[in-house]
Design a protein around this ligand. Structure first.
Ligand SMILES: *[C@@H]1O[C@H](CO)[C@@H](O)[C@H](O)[C@H]1NC(C)=O
Length: 284
């Protein structure tokens, strides 16, 4: 009898244990991903609605897991790791673990349900936003392009760093330009924030776009976002700047005028011939 009771209790305990463990792993973080723009790097994950808290840990080059106060036991599903991921040119991995609801006595955090991120290197993989720039015609065939390095949200020594402060010589700009109204594009690479684009057709309007370009990076992350186009004015040659619609309109009007002229001429000729015939046939 006693043994049956023990067995029952064991069963109850076992199923309770299974339920609680299953419960916990249901609340495992998912889709742990890095989001990084201009070296501001945020770790985001998804969760199921619950009262669970999450702790994000990170490790550089496969070393020990490190924690940070603002990423410990948070109810958010993101954590800003910008300040932690230094130096930039290292490979970091993060994991997000689910904290148990009740403070366990001797639970091993290593056994909390957790999800890992893919490795991430801010220096090589952070996205770069579009750079502001201006264009100015120097003379008939040359245009000066002047770019402003995008700023990061990182401060050092009382100064807000630009992407050039971080990327230094690795930072170039791709300048893409084309004649206004034409599709043929040309690209040039500039080492500095100013570039002189020459050999342009005199008097033509040209449109320019720029994007940060980091040749030392892997292909997929070499290029920053393109900035919106900026165009030079050129000599406003009215005939060449007309759109297709306008040309069709002009052709239509010309055709109508031509047809009218032809019809009027034909009618007039017929009238005159009739008058001439009636005159000549009149008795003298
Ligand atoms: C960079 O931008 C691309 C395109 O928007 C995006 O798919 C990618 O996840 C971004 N990478 C990071 C690290 O934020």
């Amino acid at each position: 009898m006693a043994s049956l009771k023990t067995l029952l209790w064991l069963g109850v305990c076992l199923s309770a244990w299974i339920i609680t463990t299953a419960d916990e792993s249901v609340f495992k973080a998912e889709n742990v991903r890095w989001f990084s723009l201009d070296f501001k790097t945020i770790l985001r994950w998804t969760t199921k609605p619950s009262d669970h808290k999450y702790t994000a840990l990170y490790s550089s080059d496969g070393n020990n897991w490190l924690d940070c106060p603002h990423c410990t036991k948070v109810s958010d599903s993101e954590c800003d790791l910008t300040a932690e991921l230094k130096p930039f040119d290292r490979t970091y991995t993060a994991k997000v673990q689910t904290e148990p609801l009740s403070e366990g006595d001797e639970e091993d955090p290593d056994e909390f349900p957790h999800a890992d991120s893919l490795p991430f290197n801010p220096y090589r993989e952070s996205n770069i936003s579009a750079a502001a720039f201006t264009v100015k015609a120097v003379d008939k065939s040359r245009v000066n392009v002047s770019i402003t390095d995008p700023l990061t949200s990182i401060h050092a020594g009382g100064k807000q760093l630009s992407i050039r402060d971080i990327l230094k010589k690795d930072l170039k700009y791709k300048i893409s330009y084309h004649k206004s109204g034409s599709t043929g594009k040309r690209d040039i690479l500039s080492d500095s924030i100013t570039a002189l684009v020459s050999n342009l057709d005199a008097g033509q309007s040209y449109c320019f776009m720029v994007a940060a370009f980091i040749p030392s990076r892997p292909k997929a992350t070499q290029q920053g976002a393109w900035s919106p186009r900026q165009c030079t004015l050129g000599d406003r040659n009215s005939l060449e700047e007309l759109s297709l619609g306008t040309w069709v309109g002009i052709a239509f009007v010309l055709l109508t005028v031509l047809i009218t002229i032809v019809m009027v001429t034909v009618l007039c000729c017929r009238c005159r011939r009739q008058r001439n015939t009636s005159q000549s046939s009149a008795p003298v």
